[in-house]
Design a protein around this ligand. Structure first.
Ligand code: MTE
Ligand code: MO
Length: 413
């Protein structure tokens, strides 16, 4: 039947299709999917009620991956969100990526204090309870470590899955007190231009934040996805800087020092700077740049034979909202615009979707996002601009090679 031929709804080369055909007929209607009858549920009484829920025992494979602890420094390192096992745009709190420089401190909220001092009319001290009484704001926002995706700097593509390459990004609904409210209460010296934030972890990690960011949209986050912060993510309070590199969002926040200059601390001089081709390093490169990645299909989630598939992935930018995402199924020879789910929020993750008729032949899948600064660069273009010595802020297009056996692999194009 000619009118049911999915290829009549072609959007770009190698089987990318317009989404309307999927929404009208569904996968089964298009003959792409074999439905299986669900097993009948048991009739015996089920498990009892519980005080705090946990994922189904059948989902235990869904874990944060790659605890890159450095030898002798247990607790410092990173764990990554398994992006390929998740859908939608919010990261369950227990799967939010972690990056600790000296492990997770155990802070008693009844003892912990935040001090605000320096170039202010009066120094202030806030207990956790004090802060909980302030007016709050809630926003869904991503957090991304600027070291995310750096695995793809290696000369040869590493055989890693999506979470292991790109899982240093997560998104939550963060709720907290605007920093501007606290700064106004303390009374700013007109000469003040930076705020130095320090954590109460053993690393005493500190970063200098430009005053305009602190007055614009910075918050002291107290809640994550509706509940108080997880210990790993900064309990009982953290700085949260929308769209900025994760490192600047100081966890376990213990002081804010208002200053006329940055601290030039270890994290902003020897680390978290961008070494360019000419040997000079850029400092304070805060906003995360436009990026996208196909999460499904991706390595580990293989295709079961030719047929219809939904390509689904995430796009984000620290520069505001994602304008557009395009997908290619022919290694970049042609592109089609993907559908974006729901309301596209600034500094949050956006889910994109594309319908694909796979003919069973080997090919390369790509996605590229566009924001107000332009289009996500190819790997080649990024390396040409930045050279080989940079490490942070890698945001090039991710390519997945699809084999005739339906297996996917990290590849460079
Ligand atoms: N006090 C403190 N704050 C910190 C860190 C830290 O080690 N100590 N790690 C930073 C880094 S490098 C990142 S990417 C984010 C990670 O936040 P998360 O662990 O909640 O994902 O926290 C930042 N804030
Ligand atoms: Mo980071």
């Amino acid at each position: 039947m000619a009118d049911k031929d999915p290829l009549h709804d072609r959007a770009a080369g190698n089987g990318l299709l317009h989404r309307r055909m999927l929404l009208q007929g569904g996968l089964a209607g298009a003959g792409g999917l074999v439905l299986q009858r669900a097993a009948a549920a048991g009739r015996a009484p089920g498990a009892p009620l519980s005080g705090y829920g946990a994922p189904s025992r059948f989902e235990q494979a869904v874990q944060r991956g790659d605890f890159s602890n450095q030898p002798g420094t247990l607790g410092s390192g990173a764990s990554r969100t398994p992006l390929q096992f998740l859908e939608g745009t919010l990261t369950p709190s227990g799967l939010h990526f972690e990056r600790h420089h000296s492990g997770v401190p155990e802070l008693d909220p009844a003892q912990h204090k935040l001090t605000l001092h320096g170039r202010v009319r009066r120094n202030l001290e806030f207990s956790t309870e004090d802060l909980l009484r302030y007016p709050m704001v809630s926003r869904i926002m991503f957090l991304e470590c600027s070291g995310n995706s750096a695995a793809n700097l290696s000369a040869q593509p590493k055989a890693l899955d999506c979470g292991h390459i790109h899982g240093l990004v997560s998104a939550s609904e963060w709720t907290g007190v605007p920093v501007s409210v606290l700064l106004q209460e303390a009374g700013l010296d007109p000469a003040a231009s930076w705020v130095i934030a320090e954590g109460a972890d053993a690393a005493r990690m500190n970063r200098s934040i430009p005053m305009h960011k602190m007055l614009d949209d910075a918050i002291i986050a107290l809640y994550q996805n509706g509940e108080r912060l997880r210990a790993e993510n900064g309990y009982p309070m953290r700085l949260f800087l929308p769209g900025y590199e994760g490192n600047a969002s100081v966890k376990w926040l213990r002081y804010l020092q208002v200053s006329t200059q940055p601290a030039m601390s270890r994290q902003e001089t020897s680390k978290y700077t961008d070494l360019g081709k000419d040997g000079t390093a850029e400092v304070f490169t805060f906003p995360m740049q436009v990026k996208s990645v196909i999460t499904s299909p991706s390595p580990g989630l293989h295709l079961r034979g030719p047929g219809l598939y939904e390509i689904s992935g995430l796009a984000w930018t620290g520069n505001g909202a994602v304008n557009k995402v395009e997908v290619s199924a022919d290694g970049g020879a042609s592109w089609a615009e993907a559908a974006l789910d729901g309301v596209v929020l600034p500094q949050a993750l956006t889910r994109f979707r594309m319908v694909w008729q796979w003919d069973g032949a080997p090919c390369v899948l790509l996605s590229r996002a566009v924001d107000s600064s332009g289009t996500q660069p190819s790997r080649e273009a990024l390396l040409k601009r930045m050279g080989q010595r940079f490490f942070y802020h890698y945001n090039a297009i991710q390519a997945w090679r699809v084999g005739a056996d339906g297996q996917l692999q990290n590849t460079y194009v």
